[in-house]
Design a protein around this ligand. Structure first.
Ligand code: 6GU
Length: 225
């Protein structure tokens, strides 16, 4: 998979992609992540990328030309399965979206800043808009890092233990059951007996039950989906 990201602050994205699992995925050749600095495509000597909004109002808007130039250049090199705009005024990212995206070949992500991008960019180029939750960040970069992390770990071969990605919280709209490791007792706090029993079908039942209980208590909305 190839992921291109257009950003006004590409530096913000370097660290999240240069550590741990996402880094290893790149080293193994399972994903290629390429950052594009929007400023490079800015207009004039000052490399202008934003301007005040028509109709008045506070905040700058990212202009159409630099973004269009960058997207068109990338599109001339390959076909993108999705061109995603990260914005708080969109549907919230969930596991199902991450699963779907993990099967794509080429994804282009545009991250907004300030008041966002000229609406015509969204109308003309964007195929999918994604928010990561009901709060506002200063820019879409951290949101893009979240999206890429959620997607990359699902690419086959990225996580050693394939089973692990499948039994995650949310994979079937259930939160994860509690987990324990040694010691079996700490200051009187005991690990549930069943987990020490070696009876794996029973353990599986127990985990499902706990996952359901936890979901019912914390995120009952997931059970209605
Ligand atoms: Cl994608 N961008 C920004 N700026 N804020 C957000 C977001 C995205 N998702 C949640 N809040």
């Amino acid at each position: 998979m190839r992921i291109d990201i257009i950003s006004v602050a590409p530096n913000l994205l370097e660290s999240p992609f240069n550590h741990s699992i996402v880094k290893r995925a790149q080293e193994k050749g399972l994903v290629e992540i390429i950052l594009h600095d929007l400023r490079t495509y800015g207009l004039g000597n000052y490399k202008q990328i934003d301007d005040t909004q028509f109709g008045g109002g506070a905040g700058m808007v990212l202009m159409i030309e630099p973004i269009a130039t960058c997207i068109k250049k990338l599109q001339s090199e390959r076909i993108y399965n999705e061109i995603i705009y990260m914005t708080p005024d969109a549907k919230t990212l969930n596991q199902s979206t991450a699963n779907t995206l993990s099967l794509k070949e080429n994804i282009l992500i545009l991250t907004g800043h300030y008041k966002g991008v000229d609406q015509r960019i969204r109308d003309k180029f964007i195929t999918k808009e994604i928010s990561i939750g009901d709060y506002v960040l200063t820019g879409g970069e951290l949101a893009a890092a979240v999206l890429v992390d959620a997607v990359v770990r699902l690419i086959p071969g990225v996580i050693g233990d394939e089973q692990s990605a499948l039994t995650d919280s949310y994979q079937d709209n259930l939160l994860s059951p509690p987990v324990y490791t040694r010691p079996a007792e700490f200051e009187g706090l005991k690990v549930p007996e069943i987990l020490l029993s070696g009876n794996f079908p029973k353990i599986e039942d127990w985990r499902n039950e706990k996952a359901y209980e936890r979901t019912q208590e914390i995120r009952p909305d997931l059970l209605k989906e």
